[in-house]
Every structure is written in C-alpha cells, then in structure tokens.
Design a binder for this molecule. Structure first.
Ligand SMILES: Nc1nc2c(ncn2[C@@H]2O[C@H](COP(=O)(O)OP(=O)(O)OP(=O)(O)O)[C@@H](O)[C@H]2O)c(=O)[nH]1
Ligand SMILES: [Mg+2]
Length: 460
C-alpha cells in the first residue's frame, strides 16, 4: 500500500499568497517532472531540499497553469520519510485544483485525510502519540495549549511512555528469569522487587492520569456556561470577558433568548463560553425555547458561572437554578456590586453552593473581572502548571489506556501478595505493557490507526 504515491492540497481553501500541493511517495519526483518546467535546465530533479522556480503546465496541450516554486525533498529525511515534492502555487482555488488534477492525472492518487501523517507514523518518523499531537498543534486556541501540543510533538510525552514501556519490559524479563527457577530462594527476593517496582510504576502512571484532567482542558477547551435568572447581568459579563459588545444588553428581563457561544482565552486556558437565556417560568414561546436550551447547555457544561444580583440577594428563582447546577463545578459571581451599599446579601450567597468560590464583580464598571479570570483558571487547572517538556496527558484515549495499565499493575501487586504463580503475574505485566504500547503505537490494530488519522484534515 505504501508503494503508491499520494497527493493533496495541503493549505486551507480560500485565497492566500501561496497554496501548496503536496506529493509523497516513491514516484513523487517522477510525477512532478511530467508537469513542471524549470526556468533553468539544471538537473533539478536530482537535488534535494531545494526550491526550484518554474511553471506547471498541462502536458496534454502545453498550457501553463501557474508560476510556481517547487520544493523537492528526498527520502528519508522528510515528513513522511518518503520522497516529497511540494508545489508552491498561488493561493487560489483554480491554480491549486488544476495543479492537483494534473498530478493525479500522471500517476498520483488522492490522499485520504491525515494520510501524510499516517505514513510518517507507519515509516517510524513519529509515534502515535506524536502524530495525534499534530492535530492539537493545528487546533490549539491558546499559547499554553500550543506549548503543550508542540511539546508532545517533539516527543516530551512519548519519552515518558517509552520509559514506562522499557521498565515494564524489564519487569517481564525479571519474572521470566525466575519462572525457570521456581523453587529457589532467590525467588522470594525477586518477588519483593517485582512488588515494589510495580508499585513505583503504578505511582508514575497515576501521576500522569492525575494531570490528564487538566491536560484535557487545554486540548478540548472548557465548556463554560454563564447561567442565572433574567437581568442579573449575564450578557454584560460575557461582554466584559470578551472585551467586546457581543451580546445585547438591556434592562428588560428576558433579553437573551438564544444561546451565544464564543471562544475565549483566559490565562492560557481555552474556554468555550456560552451566554444563556435567564431561567424563569415564562409564557413567551421564544423565551421558553431559550430557557429549555439553557437547561441543556447546563447539562453539557464543564464549568458553570452562576450570576447572582448583589442588590437582590438569593430569591426563589435563584434557588431553582442552584438546584439545576449543584452537581457541576462552578463559580458564584455576585454582580452589580456598584449599586449595593452594604454586603448584606453576601452571607446568603455564601451559604449556597459552599464549595464554589465566590467572586464579587461589577460588569458595568469592570470591577473584579481579573479576580474572576484568576478563579476560572484556578478551578479548571486545579492550580496545576504545564510541565516545560509538554509531558502532560491531554488526550482522553491516552488516559483510558493508562488507567488500563494501572489496573494491570494493581493486579500484579495483588498477585504477588497472594503468591500467585509467576507465569500468571507475567501476563498482567505484559498487558500493562500492551496498554501503554497502544498509546505510542507499538501495539495497534489497523482499526485504531484508521480511526485516529480519519480525524485529520486532508493534506496533513
Ligand atoms: N449597576 C449595574 N448594572 C448592571 C451590571 N451588570 C449588568 N447591569 C445591568 O443589568 C441589566 C441586565 O443586564 P444583562 O446583561 O442584559 O442581563 P442578563 O442576565 O443577560 O439578562 P437576560 O438576558 O434577560 O437573562 C442591564 O440594564 C445592565 O446594564 C452591573 O454590574 N452593575
Ligand atoms: Mg442576556
């Protein structure tokens, strides 16, 4: 399958200064030769890591399609480890599409989504965890998310996984060495060693799992819902957080009817922030639908920002909303502090949802907003700091496999305690190794690989 040559437009659709048609595979250069005419005859096709200036033309009728720079990169030091040719066309739909059509006409086949990266993985240029991080680099919404993804692409996390795998392999060797001498006294000693090494491994894996909740936040963003009864200032709060007048604000309760969703970077954490219709019983059909949508958004929220009017304290309407959000992670925002003279209502607000931090703000006077932002970061990251090498698990697939490995290691410890025969213990160690191997791609099935790369864009 890898002996064919693939091609795709690797830049996004739309107009731009340049757009790139990428070709990878054993026939990449030969294919380019058939449709490219260099400005100077200089044996360009023999070169590597060179840009050559010239024209793409239709070999059928000789018509020139575009003026281009053609990049030629020879295996194995390329992204896919195959011969790669990148044609830098002008970034318009037609030059790119025509160039791709010509390339496909003279022997390449259209690449599937993520197929270049899949080849990079299959040819050993990247492990699976690194390949997965490419998509995270592309989709990163904040500087911190990008830092994590690039760290993983450079192998920060892969190194950790590899060392875990190595240790598990060493444990297998230790056990197997003992299976041959079952009655020895050495065995007792080695059992202890297996027990403590399994414990140490389990501890390391547990640490990675603990960090994964935070990691996931950077990769996927936090679904944050601003909820509260009508007129408490939810939309005003959204607008100050966005620093733009995005949502309509009026003094009429029931102003927001439809969900408003925006992406926001707060202290490096990507938030999908959602302003909702204030919840109340209403006869208005449109508002009713809005309230229903609010309830649904709350269900799907990772974080709820509950806005309460400081001037009126907690009403029955607030209590109903509190009941809806009480199982969520959240922050209480006491808004409109500019119009209250004393903090009388504070203790009622303190008393509800006691686990949630409280922040006092004025959306109109932009007071307390920094404190709120700080609190958001604190709640979603649990104060955890991104490691410099990017070795933080961000991917749920990895987390689940780590849990599996951890369970097997716990089995190993239990088995040693119960003096279970060594060959059975070896099976659990092996299974733990396989689980980690599934993360890095040492152990995988075609199925898993296809699923992972199908998530990529075409041309990557
Ligand atoms: N004094 C004062 N007024 C505020 C503050 N925040 C919002 N308001 C006012 O409160 C009213 C309602 O604000 P909105 O932001 O529309 O409230 P909402 O919660 O989105 O209301 P609905 O969309 O109807 O649920 C407007 O008149 C705002 O100007 C504040 O911090 N202080
Ligand atoms: Mg509103």
């Amino acid at each position: 399958m890898l002996d064919d040559t693939i091609a795709a437009i690797s830049t996004p659709p739309g107009e731009g200064g340049i757009g790139i048609v990428r070709i990878s595979g054993p026939a990449a250069v030969e294919i380019a030769q058939k449709i490219f005419r260099p400005a100077k005859k200089n044996n360009w096709q023999k070169q590597t890591f060179r840009l050559v200036y010239g024209h793409i033309y239709d070999p059928g009728d000789g018509q020139v399609i575009d003026e281009v720079l053609l990049g030629i990169m020879r295996a194995p030091h390329t992204y896919t480890r195959e011969d790669v040719v990148e044609i830098n066309c002008h970034g318009g739909a037609l030059p790119l599409r025509k160039t791709l059509e010509l390339v496909l006409g003279v022997g390449a086949r259209p690449a599937e989504p993520g197929e270049f990266s899949k080849r990079a993985f299959l040819n050993g240029r990247l492990d699976l965890a690194q390949a997965e991080s490419i998509i995270d680099v592309i989709r990163a919404r904040t500087g911190d998310a990008l830092r994590l993804a690039v760290g993983q692409l450079s192998g920060g996390l892969s190194k950790k996984y590899a060392s875990i795998q190595e240790e598990l392999l060493a444990m297998t060797a230790l056990i197997e060495a003992n299976i041959d001498f079952p009655e020895d006294e050495v065995e007792e000693y080695n059992l202890d060693e297996i027990y403590s090494r399994a414990g140490k491994m389990a501890g390391e894996i547990q640490k990675l799992i603990d960090g994964a909740e935070t990691g996931k936040v950077y990769r996927e963003g936090v679904r944050t819902v601003i909820a509260g009864k009508p007129n408490v200032g939810k939309s005003s709060l959204l607008n100050v957080l966005l620093r733009e007048k995005r949502a309509i604000v009026t003094d009429i309760p029931g102003t927001t009817r439809d969900i408003i969703e925006e992406i926001l970077n707060i202290g490096g954490v990507p938030l999908k922030i959602i302003d909702t219709a204030g919840i109340r019983d209403t006869e208005d059909i449109i508002e009713k639908i809005g309230v229903q949508k609010t309830r649904e958004s709350i269900k799907g929220a990772d974080l709820v920002i509950l806005v309460i009017d400081a001037s009126s304290g907690i009403s029955d309407e607030d209590r109903k909303i509190i009941d809806l959000v009480k199982d969520k992670q959240g922050i209480k925002v006491m808004n409109k502090i500019d119009i209250v003279e004393n903090d009388e209502n504070r203790r009622y607000i303190d008393a509800v949802l006691p686990e949630w931090p409280l922040v006092r703000v004025s959306a109109t006077e932009e007071k307390g907003i920094e404190q709120l932002e700080k609190e958001i970061v604190e709640v979603v990251t649990g104060g955890r700091i991104i490691p410099a090498d990017g070795a933080m698990v961000t991917n749920v697939r990895h987390k689940l496999l780590l849990k599996k490995a951890l369970d097997h290691l716990k089995e190993v410890r239990a088995a040693v305690e119960n003096r279970v025969p060594l060959d059975l213990i070896a099976i659990d160690v092996r299974s733990a190794w396989e689980a980690v191997g599934e993360i890095t791609g040492t152990v995988t099935t075609e199925n898993i690989i296809d699923k992972i790369f199908a998530d990529f864009c075409i041309g990557k």
